[in-house]
Design a protein around this ligand. Structure first.
Ligand SMILES: [Zn+2]
Length: 308
């Protein structure tokens, strides 16, 4: 049996919103089994926003969730940390229009969650098994999900820039690897696009402390890249956060080619468009898992995960 999890203690995180530029605060509060991850604008209406592709209200340079005009921007890095650490349930009270960007990666969230501890709950975790290939595309870009016995991600980026003309990375899901190899990868942007972003009302809270800004010869940030292929790692981080909006862990193989928040969202909508595409499974006993032929990632077993 693979149990659902929540955080052991409440966590409070202050910072700046990447796009809004406003001072924002998020409180991560433990929640009971089957609550899911639920967001709430605590400063405005306190209406609950559960995870669902239906709640995505913007995908321009970030994934935003909302209900009745109440928006929360840039949820993807926090959701990626939850996915990576196997947190199924938590209430996220947000004060302000956005989740704090911190250093532009998921690492600070991961550190806070591991410090607070992870609590095993008394109910089985649910999975969404991908049964048929699903795809979302626009021009030469695409995002795809295929049946696979384990959760895997493969991403390719290709930009009109000598350093980023081609980066490809595969990642087979495992808690330790996520923490070490994916969670520290920061948001990036091109120096040539800064003016345009600001004109669109985006990236108002952006700076070298939370974005890798890439000029003609490489990062303008004095510390450089954290990994030589940090940008493609960040796209994997983002995609995990975007996939988490489904509200259920996926067993399947994701492939992204120059994909982003918009195509990732469309992919989830396409997945849910036909019940033939997926099967919802509760990991109540190992036989069920064997019959369906999939493997639960190593970290899903709380006995083998140090933090569980
Ligand atoms: Zn991102």
């Amino acid at each position: 049996m693979h149990y659902q999890r929540t955080i052991k203690e409440e966590i409070s995180i202050d910072g700046v919103g990447l796009h809004s530029g406003e001072k924002v605060k998020a409180r991560l509060i433990p929640a009971e089994a089957d609550t899911g991850i639920v967001f709430m604008r605590a400063d405005n209406g306190r209406q609950k926003i559960p995870l669902s592709p239906d709640r995505v209200v913007s995908t321009q340079n970030n994934s935003a969730l909302g209900v009745n005009g109440n928006k929360i921007l840039t949820v993807e890095h926090l959701l990626s940390a939850f996915y990576g650490l196997g947190i199924d349930n938590a209430l996220i009270e947000v004060y302000g229009p956005e989740i704090p960007v911190l250093d532009g990666s998921a690492k600070p969230f991961v550190r806070e969650i591991l410090n607070a501890g992870i609590e095993k709950l008394g109910k089985a975790r649910k999975f969404m098994l991908v049964k048929k290939p699903v795809r979302a595309e626009e021009g030469d870009r695409y995002a795809a999900l295929d049946p696979s016995p384990e959760f895997r991600i493969e991403f390719v980026i290709s930009y009109d820039h000598p350093l980023l003309s081609y980066q490809r990375k595969e990642f087979t899901f495992d808690h330790q690897d996520f923490e070490r190899e994916i969670s520290p990868a920061r948001t990036f942007g091109f120096l040539s696009e800064v003016d345009q972003l600001l004109k669109s009302g985006l990236a108002k809270g952006g700076g070298l402390q939370n974005v890798v800004v890439i000029g003609q010869d490489g990062p303008v940030n004095p510390e450089g890249f954290r990994f030589q292929d940090e940008p493609v790692r960040h796209k994997i981080l983002d995609s995990m956060g975007d996939l988490m909006i489904l509200g259920t862990n996926i067993i399947g193989a994701y492939r992204g080619y120059k994909s982003g928040h918009k195509l990732n969202h469309q992919l989830l909508v396409n997945l849910l468009s036909s019940p033939d595409n997926y099967q919802l499974i509760e990991a109540t006993d190992p036989h069920l898992v064997q019959e369906n032929g999939f493997q639960i990632p190593r970290w899903y077993n709380p006995d083998s995960a140090q933090s569980a």
